[in-house]
Design a binder for this molecule. Structure first.
Ligand code: NAD
Ligand code: ZN
Length: 360
């Protein structure tokens, strides 16, 4: 057995208002006047003085607002990287991502591509990155994806949706300030929070499970239950617990894998542009055959928070479109093996996946 040796986020600060310390945290990393800090900020915060007034710009530092109607594309990452290379004479001192999973992934990917030649699509996969990234910092403003802790940045390329998984991908610094999540709309809070819940279920029921993953997964699941099924939590406690659930959920899958909901949600995302959180929910709702206890809990959570999921998203699709989704889903072999074991191909046939998609 050859065990994997994983890097982790090197520094982490946790607490309500800890975002106030951003400047103090990154200042020691400044490489000089011509080496700026670039702040990628979720465009939901444009004009939001409460947040942006705490980003102190010096010398050539810059804020770039990132739209979130679409998940990150390799072409977008290449463009952002190219713009920075053309605009500045020196490599940036640091890249700081402030936002949801999309913005965190953009920050990670650009930090990697600034020091690695060529196009980001060529690095989609495992351990293809050769050089360490530029110093990069993650500040999540919505909880659930685990992108703040993971060693991947998920990108849609010309022919696949796949992460850049590497030892250089994890953030050098993460700021966990639960107060930053206070204005997340209810539906989105649920969808992104369920990403964490699904990470827990897929990890804990998977064949790759081990004591490392289990310890994090169980904690994250317990926190999710408190947040989504409990009714005595203050708003503050709920924000704090979900932020830690996201962290633990991410740690849990670091040493195992996700499963069927993620594989099929990637198909929906690739073909229809359905975003990760809501896509997972649409799929997971129909996976009772594979995750009976998890789906049961999910339905209770959905009812508790009066969430109505979109129906019939695949109703008008043609056969060739189903084939595209099925191919994307089936190409994610480790996810299926984790969910169903070594002989998964005998259990999950293209016909079976199609029948599931047809229900959605
Ligand atoms: P997201 O980044 O699209 O954010 C969801 C929405 O919430 C956006 O409209 C955003 O503007 C808004 N938002 C964020 N913070 C807010 C706040 N404080 N107040 C109000 N609105 C706020 O969605 P997400 O679910 O966080 O992330 C999904 C993305 O993360 C996908 O691209 C997915 O591929 C990626 N992902 C990455 C990993 C990883 O390990 N790298 C893991 C899971 C998902
Ligand atoms: Zn996920």
């Amino acid at each position: 057995m050859n065990y994997k040796n994983f890097p982790m986020v090197s520094k982490i600060i946790f607490g309500r208002g800890s975002f106030n310390q951003l400047d103090e945290l990154i200042s020691p990393k400044r490489q000089g006047r011509n080496a700026p800090f670039i702040f990628f900020v979720d465009d939901v915060f444009k004009g939001n003085h409460w947040l942006t007034s705490r980003i102190r710009l010096s010398y050539k530092d810059k804020i770039i607002y990132i739209p979130t109607d679409e998940e990150p594309k390799t072409s977008q990452i290449d463009q952002l990287t190219e713009d920075i290379i053309l605009e500045y004479s020196e490599q940036p001192s640091g890249i700081i991502g402030i936002g949801g999973g999309i913005v965190l992934d953009v920050a990670k990917a650009v930090a990697l591509m600034l020091t690695n030649e060529g196009e980001s699509k060529d690095y989609q996969g495992w351990d293809l990155i050769k050089n360490p990234a530029v110093y990069h910092v993650g500040v999540p403003t919505i909880s659930g994806t685990g992108a703040e802790v993971s060693r991947t940045t998920i990108l849609t390329g010309p022919d696949k949706k796949l992460g850049i998984n590497s030892d250089y991908t994890p953030f050098d610094q993460v700021i966990l300030d639960p107060e930053l999540t206070k204005d997340v709309p209810n539906d989105q809070w649920f969808y992104t929070g369920m990403d964490c819940f699904v990470h827990c279920i897929e990890s804990l029921t998977g064949t790759y499970l081990n004591a490392f993953s289990q310890s994090y997964g169980e904690k994250a699941l317990q926190l999710c239950k408190e947040v989504f099924l409990g009714d005595h939590l203050s708003k503050e406690a709920s924000q704090e617990k979900l932020m830690m659930a996201s962290w633990h959920g991410g740690m849990s899958i670091a040493y195992s894998q996700v499963g069927i909901a993620h594989a099929m949600s990637y198909g929906l995302s690739y073909l229809l542009g359905i975003k990760h959180g809501i896509g997972n929910c649409i799929v997971f709702d129909h996976l009772d055959e594979y995750y009976p206890d998890g789906v049961d809990l999910f339905k209770q959570m959905k009812a508790n928070h009066s969430i109505e999921l979109p129906q019939d998203v695949c109703a008008d699709l043609e056969d060739y479109q189903f084939d595209i989704m099925i191919n994307v889903a089936l190409s994610l072999e480790p996810l299926w093996e984790n969910a169903l074991g070594k002989n998964w191909k005998q259990v999950m046939t293209p016909e079976k996946i199609k029948a599931l998609y047809q229900k959605m």
